[in-house]
Design a protein around this ligand. Structure first.
Ligand code: SF4
Length: 241
């Protein structure tokens, strides 16, 4: 389900390393990743994560005003949502925000799991300071389908990385979260050597509030033989299931 909403602010200060601002064109995310911790960050109280996305339809207008007065800084596009989730195909909020950020010469760092980013290559190429990060959790697409059901396939993401690089856009890969007993890190790294991202960031599985139930439910449903192992990991982390 999609709801259109109005917002009062666009840029927020970001504490994430390397970013000054966060800009999130949507609230909610249709990619519905099992390990997503955004619901707890944004205090999502609107049902199952992935079922509803709120589209900030007036965001470009608010951003346009803010960019005239804000100190220049690196904008992280999509810190608690994916800026290229399916709704973006119709609404183009991310694209319109990019046009404004380019006009005001703000550096941008995008993180996505969608090959829809290729639609905006014409725009991305014009930024003097642009980085696009693609997240990969596995090179096994059957695992990806269960873990990140609404996102692009592994093959589409690798193709996106390769096309972005070919067009002179700096790319990076977020390798994570590494799923214990499921992510074959070595295989993934050797796949990445074919598309040659600028750099790779690797992250472990973070079982923050709300995530543990979702991850355990996923393991029980699709990989029941790993349930005990995941419960042990939780126990070692002092997180009770
Ligand atoms: S793409 Fe990112 S924001 Fe969207 S569900 Fe997955 S982890 Fe959460």
């Amino acid at each position: 389900m999609i709801n259109e909403i109005l917002v009062k602010t666009a840029l927020s200060h970001s504490k994430l390393p390397g970013l000054d601002y966060a800009l999130n064109p949507y609230r909610g995310c249709q990619h519905a990743c099992v390990y997503c911790y955004a619901p707890s960050v944004i205090h999502w109280g609107q049902g199952k994560w992935g079922d509803l996305v709120e589209v900030k339809v007036n965001l470009p207008r608010i951003l346009s005003k803010e960019l005239r007065v804000k100190k220049k800084g690196i904008v992280g596009l999509g810190t608690v949502t994916d800026p290229y989730q399916p709704a973006e195909k119709k609404y183009e909020i991310t694209r319109r925000c990019l046009e404004l950020l380019l006009m005001h010469d703000f550096p941008v760092c995008i993180q996505t799991k969608s090959s829809l980013v290729l639609r905006d290559i014409d725009l991305l190429k014009k930024f003097p300071n642009m980085e696009v990060g693609i997240t990969l959790t596995s090179n096994d697409d059957s695992l990806r389908q269960k873990l990140e059901p609404g996102a692009s396939s592994v093959e589409e993401r690798l193709h996106a990385l390769s096309e972005l690089s070919k067009n002179g856009i700096k790319t990076w890969v977020f390798l994570g979260p590494v799923m214990p007993y499921l992510t074959d890190v070595e295989a993934l790294i050797s796949t990445l050597s074919l598309v040659k991202p600028g750099y790779v960031l690797r992250d472990k599985l973070r079982l923050k509030d709300g995530v543990k139930d979702s991850v355990l439910g996923f393991i029980r449903e699709f990989y029941p033989h790993l349930t005990e192992k995941y419960e042990t990991i939780l126990a070692e982390m002092n997180i009770t299931s």
